[in-house]
Design a protein around this ligand. Structure first.
Ligand code: SAM
Ligand code: SF4
Length: 532
């Protein structure tokens, strides 16, 4: 359990009142995998003693769990950060005015104070705190940036965290793109979030205390952190001097600058930006909290990452290589959900059909084995899954869908493009003939079963003829529903080096044509179903 209490007075002294828990708002962007990841984050935060909130109005921390699959998804997140930043700037401006008003009041000898931080404190209490903590920060500290100066306590000005696929995609650059981002955590590192929050809250709280001392015109000595920092500074200084000895006078000017920099007061400690995106795997324990946001449906991750490397896709880079969870772990999670009355199990993976499990006893199993095992669980009445990759789908899977009573008669089978040369360039591992046969096979084995898909229009090199092939595929297969995307280049992916040569207006035209066609197809599919 981490230290995670919101000390409204920011002193570490709760004044006899029981300390309040830090309040976190978690916002989710993107797919079911992200919805599940948010539940996992919520679960570990609750276990660590944080409190979840529904609105940023009363949150100390806002976590944005993000999607990087398309450019548009990322833009939505930056715009969300923009609006959070606006609120923060407003709060901070108000905080500054309160600070000025409070200082004036105190000069007049009144105890009537308005800053949220000082409502808890009398001047004496602050004085005592400054003495006790011996903080050294002056208003003129050059590296107390505009961003941190006059910052209000976090209750009014939330810490902002960028988490998930965009965090991995941007890494440290997220801090440059928006100075309002306080921490960045990739999808494989979510277990570290409670600890990161604790560190940030601690540093922000010290900052507030330090600033308050400055408002009183006091300058004291060292905090424990400060002492550590001073020690570090001395070490850096010693290293610099040693270096000077080796390199001689020609480096003196530069090193003097370095020594100057390291001799700055340690307020740089408070300008903390935490960045964790190097993790390769997640500990299995993060799935154990049991926290669910849906009382009827439990999303369960069966595999993480993807190794298919479709040329347009960022997933293998942000989520990492394909890793399978063990069948017994998945079954335990499903059983636990069922024991709480959650009757629908929704299995998640980027390509569920490539699932392979090796159990502790050495027994191997594939996705159909997993489906059968979940099917056998008491309390489970419905099983769904997403996504299936055409290259790994086969009649064994279709027979399982048809034959296992609890499995939803539905398959999401993205085809992406009806053009063979585009499919090749996308590195999808099948051609249009293969896909058509697979779809026919599914319809035959699962009569009346739903079929949905994903389509990308405007992929590099997509000619009118290629587009027409995609259009024909939608006409031929007659999907019950389809997600249609305009291609956007993604960093790291292979296609980012291809020329994005389909004009924006042409992508829009193709997108609309398929969308209109699919609307007509979906309507007639629904009418056919209802007529039965
Ligand atoms: N793993 C799933 C599969 O292969 O079917 C799909 C996962 S991906 C997160 C969801 C969909 O986003 C893809 O099927 C594709 O249609 C779309 N997509 C991925 N990258 C894209 C890009 N760069 N531009 C447009 N759409 C993209
Ligand atoms: Fe991306 Fe292809 Fe993997 Fe799906 S299968 S996640 S589209 S790389």
């Amino acid at each position: 359990m981490v230290e995670n209490e919101r000390k409204d007075d920011n002193t570490g002294d709760s004044g006899g009142k029981s300390p309040k828990k830090l309040r976190v708002l978690l916002r989710t962007f993107g797919c079911q995998m992200n919805i599940r990841d948010s539940e996992v984050i919520a679960g570990i935060l609750i276990q660590a003693g944080f409190e979840l909130r529904q609105s940023e109005d009363d949150a100390d921390v806002v976590i944005l769990n993000t999607c990087a699959v398309r450019e548009h998804a990322e833009e939505k997140v930056w715009s969300e950060i923009g609006s959070l930043a606006k609120r923060r700037t407003k709060h901070e401006a108000r905080g500054t005015q309160n600070e000025i008003r409070r200082t004036k009041n105190e000069a007049r000898g009144t105890n009537e104070v308005h800053s949220p931080w000082s409502t808890v404190h009398s001047k004496d209490a602050r004085d005592q705190f400054c003495e006790a903590k011996k903080v050294t920060v002056t208003k003129s500290d050059s590296h107390l940036s505009a961003r941190t100066e006059n910052r209000e306590p976090r209750t009014a000005s939330p810490i902002i965290g960028l988490v998930g696929c965009m965090a991995k995609n941007y890494g440290q650059a997220a801090f440059t793109r928006s100075p309002f981002v306080d921490f960045v955590v990739g999808p494989q590192d979510i277990a570290k979030i409670p600890e990161i929050l604790q560190k940030l809250v601690h540093s922000q709280s010290i900052l507030r205390q330090a600033q308050d001392c400055v408002v009183d015109g006091r300058q004291n000595r060292e905090t424990k952190d400060e002492a550590r920092s001073t020690r570090d500074e001395k070490e850096i200084e010693a290293r610099s001097i040693k270096h000077e000895g080796r390199e001689g006078d020609r480096n003196r000017k530069q090193e003097n600058t370095e020594i100057q920099r390291t001799k700055q007061p340690s307020s740089i400690l408070f300008e903390r930006k935490i960045w964790e995106t190097d993790g390769l795997t997640r500990p299995e324990e993060i799935y154990h909290s049991g926290f669910r946001s849906d009382t009827k449906k439990a999303y369960i991750v069966i595999s993480e990452g993807c190794s298919n490397y479709c040329s347009y896709c960022v997933v293998p880079y942000v989520r990492g290589q394909l890793r399978h969870r063990r069948q017994e772990d998945i079954l335990r999670e499903a059983q636990e959900a069922a024991s709480k009355g959650i009757t629908e199990i929704f299995l998640l993976g980027q390509n569920v059909n490539s699932y392979r499990s090796v159990s502790a006893t050495g027994a191997e199993g594939d996705f159909v084995d997993l489906l059968e095992a979940v099917h056998a669980l008491e309390g489970v009445s419905r099983i769904s899954f997403i996504s299936s990759h055409p290259k790994d789908s086969n009649t064994r899977l279709f027979k399982a869908i048809a034959g296992l009573e609890k499995v939803k008669k539905s398959l999401h089978l993205p085809f992406q493009s009806g053009s063979d040369h585009i499919l090749k360039s996308m590195n999808r591992g099948y051609n249009s003939k293969y896909y058509l046969e697979l779809a026919r096979e599914y319809r035959k084995i699962v009569p009346g079963g739903e079929l949905s898909t994903d389509i990308i229009v405007g992929f590099p090199g997509e000619s009118e003829e290629d587009f027409q092939a995609t259009y024909r595929m939608v006409e031929d297969v007659r999907f019950d529903s389809a997600f249609i995307f305009k291609y956007s280049p993604r960093p790291h992916s292979k296609a980012v080096d291809f020329s994005d040569d389909v004009e924006k207006h042409e992508k829009e035209r193709r997108h609309k044509l398929i969308l209109d066609l699919q609307k007509r197809v979906s309507l007639s599919a629904r009418q056919r179903r209802e007529a039965k």
